[in-house]
Design a protein around this ligand. Structure first.
Ligand SMILES: [Mg+2]
Length: 255
């Protein structure tokens, strides 16, 4: 795929109908070893407030919405969390479709917690709506962590999602970054949008852009933020690639 030729001029000429959607970790932050350790890239902190004044701007993360909102710490941005399953208003709001599944997620959290002593170095992240195992510190435990998560998902009727050195159990609902992008693009009456991300869950958002383009009257620009760990699936379906968060910020500074 390739982006429309003059997409930067088109964004600048019609900013209210041009959306900017950004993943957080590894996209406008640097990837940190622990889930709590990432921070907004200093250049993003400088650039995004100006962009948010001109363009509808949404940051979409796998983190809790309140977590990503406080890490980014910028106003006038729509924060979406847990891959689309919650978002910030005055308070965080969980998608109503997700609510009936919360007790099952709690059960998964208890069972994973009980199994954790057998997986030294693997950490559990509880996001209420989903529960994840992280094995960045102990890549050798990947197979065992995956086997555990997949077995539990099958038994409890949950979905499994792979990420970079992580596996997540989530409710069996069809909500992802792509479905949320489609909903927001319609609500904001966008004619074009850029989405930038660095991980497998960002492929969903790229798919959302393609869906809007097929519907017609919409241009999408899918940007893969490259790093040594970037999944080939993401790079393969991107319109543009940039070199890390710095490369993305160079691109965004042209808007
Ligand atoms: Mg990311």
């Amino acid at each position: 795929m390739s982006p429309p030729r003059d997409w930067i001029s088109e964004f600048k000429a019609d900013p209210r109908r041009s959306g900017i959607f950004l993943d957080f970790d590894g996209t406008i932050s640097d990837i940190a070893p622990a889930p709590g350790g990432a921070g907004l890239h200093p250049r993003a902190a400088e650039l995004l407030p100006g962009l948010a004044r001109r363009y509808p701007l949404c940051v979409m993360s796998g983190r809790r919405a309140a977590d990503v909102a406080s890490l980014a710490g910028l106003a006038h941005i729509h924060y979406v969390g847990v891959h689309g399953m919650e978002w910030m208003e005055e308070e965080p709001r969980i998608d109503p479709e997700v609510l009936p599944h919360l007790p099952t997620i709690e059960r998964a959290r208890e069972e994973l917690g009980a199994a954790l002593p057998g997986l030294p170095g693997v950490t559990l992240e509880d996001k209420l709506i989903t529960v994840s195992l992280h094995f960045r510190e102990v890549p050798g435990e990947e197979d065992e962590a995956l086997r555990l998560a997949e077995g539990l998902a099958m038994r409890l009727g949950l979905k499994v999602r792979r990420g970079r050195m992580t596996v997540e159990l989530r409710p069996p609902v069809d909500i992802d970054k792509g479905t949320v992008l489609i909903r927001l693009a319609a609500a904001w009456r966008l004619r074009r949008a850029l989405y930038a991300g660095d991980d497998l869950t960002d492929v969903d958002a790229f798919r959302g852009l393609r869906y809007m383009m097929k519907e017609g009257g919409f241009e999408g620009v899918a940007v893969a933020v490259l790093s040594p760990e970037v999944p080939i699936e993401l790079e393969a379906v991107a319109d543009l690639t940039v070199d890390g968060p710095d490369g993305l910020l160079d691109l965004l500074s042209r808007l």
